[in-house]
Ligand binder design. Structure first.
Ligand SMILES: Nc1nc2c(ncn2[C@@H]2O[C@H](COP(=O)(O)OP(=O)(O)OP(=O)(O)O)[C@@H](O)[C@H]2O)c(=O)[nH]1
Ligand SMILES: [Mg+2]
Length: 442
């Protein structure tokens, strides 16, 4: 059930296939396998594909030709056909020859977890950059697997009975077309990036940014909507958000504070996608603060945090300042467990996006986090320095002012990178200046 562009058809009914094998990462115990299968079901639901039975085999080692033993595969195929499935979805990555072997054994369409994730990304991308980036990732994923899909394609095109040689030629042709398309999209991407770089430069040093990151469906977009009073798409679906969205968190501070909503993470994210998504996550790489949102009501929340840290370290930002927001506390009615979680995770908050007070407090904490990082300056600006007064008022956070017969005393808070170019250094009062004492004690 793949179309000519190798998209998975929504009309397909899918049967899920997996294994428990001590030597296979993420599938070494029954618990791991089941957790991952649950997630695969969610992924298929997100695609709108009906999912049927799941079939799991316990194995000492992986069969290199067909992952599970060929006898078991045939048995699964018979049952899958009986339940009306036309698609086998393997909850692991399959090579081209594995896809081909399993397809030849079963006569069913065969896709893997990576293909499903790519399909969702492909459907949910909104901006031009994300669309191009995902198409490149999808084509790069397809390229080495074309021969695996090909018998299927030939059948779809009414090509039953094509001779082996003809098939090989066709695959070569397909590969060339795909390679050319990858090149084409890469050039397009370069163009789009150039204009984004320009926008980035405009933004730089004009605002401080915090990026909401974390596992898919944790509630990142909901936090963004509540804190910034906007309406970004929030949905009970995996990967509802694919493009970074920037929204003003607080326009009244100097510089203004901006919150960024980003694409969610997931375990077993294929490498081709991580590379592709570095672009989408660049906003997180550039952000001054990472706010990790975690769904505390999910029994696998620890695993989700682990995956999040893993992806962050793959992006090279694991040492950036972090804050953890444990969300959906309304679905986790265990006060003792909540206390333990907060104590074991410093710099963390427990919230529900449905709770207004929680959102007010969280917003204040984020704003204070930035303000606390700013430098304090005590300035004395003579009345005649008209422009300096307007710079102080418009570019810094004024904490206190006192008028004097010769000028105005200002106690301000502002990041160094904003203060230095303002050329106000000459008005800074030395800490021992008696004027400070006079004003502060007033
Ligand atoms: N019960 C409960 N549900 C919540 C809470 N916060 C968010 N949700 C729900 O969780 C689902 C996912 O929320 P999103 O904000 O779309 O999650 P996300 O992290 O942006 O997800 P992706 O964009 O897919 O990565 C939605 O159905 C929200 O309504 C909460 O505090 N409590
Ligand atoms: Mg989202």
């Amino acid at each position: 059930m793949l179309d000519n562009e190798f998209h998975i058809s929504k009309d397909a009914r899918a049967s899920l296939v997996s294994l428990v094998c001590p030597k296979f990462a993420e599938h070494s115990t029954e618990k791991d396998t089941m957790r991952s299968l649950m997630e695969l079901r969610e992924l298929l639901n997100t695609l709108g594909i009906e999912n049927g039975e799941q079939y799991v085999q316990n194995r000492k080692s992986v069969d290199p030709a067909t992952i599970l033993g060929s006898g078991k595969i045939k048995e699964i195929a018979d049952q899958a056909k009986e339940e009306g499935s036309s698609l086998l979805v393997f909850d692991c990555e399959l090579t081209s020859s594995q896809i081909r072997n399993i397809k030849n054994l079963t006569g069913l369409s065969v896709v893997d977890r990576c293909h499903v994730i790519l399909e969702i990304f492909s459907q949910h991308a909104r901006t031009k950059e994300a669309k191009i980036q995902i198409e490149i990732s999808r084509l790069q994923y397809l390229l080495p697997r074309l021969s695996g899909f090909w018998t299927h394609l030939s059948r779809q095109k009414g090509g039953i009975g094509v001779r082996g040689g003809e098939g090989e030629q066709q695959i070569e042709l397909d590969r060339r077309i795909v390679r050319e398309r990858i090149e084409f999209f890469k050039k397009e991407l370069d163009e789009v990036r150039k204009s984004r770089e320009q926008q980035k430069k405009k933004r730089q040093n004009k605002a401080v940014t915090a990026a909401l990151v974390g596992y898919t469906n944790a509630g990142k977009s909901s936090v963004m909507n509540r804190l910034c009073g906007v309406e970004v798409l929030e949905e009970n679906k995996l990967f509802a958000t694919l493009d970074s969205t920037y929204r003003m968190l607080n326009p009244d501070t100097k510089p203004p504070m901006i919150l960024i909503d980003t694409v969610g993470f997931i375990s077993n994210l294929p490498n081709t996608l991580i590379d592709g998504f570095k672009t989408t996550l660049e906003s997180a790489i550039e952000a001054d603060l990472l706010i990790i949102v975690c769904d505390i009501s999910d029994p696998n929340y620890k695993k989700h945090l682990e995956v999040t840290q893993q992806v962050l370290s793959e992006l090279g930002v694991e040492n950036k300042e972090q804050m953890i927001v444990f969300n959906k506390k309304d679905l986790h009615p265990d006060p003792l467990g909540q206390k333990i979680i907060l104590r074991t995770n410093p710099d963390s908050f427990l919230v529900s996006t449905y709770n207004e007070e929680d959102m007010v407090n969280l917003k204040a904490s984020i704003i204070n986090h930035f303000l606390d990082k700013q430098e304090h300056y005590d300035l004395f600006v003579p009345y005649e320095a008209g422009e300096a007064h307007s710079k102080v008022v418009s570019k810094t956070n004024v904490l206190a002012t006192h008028t004097h017969e010769r000028g105005i005393f200002y106690r301000v808070r502002v990041p160094k990178f904003i203060f230095n170019p303002l050329d106000l250094n000459k008005y800074i009062l030395a800490p021992e200046d008696p004027l400070i004492e006079e004003f502060i004690n007033e």
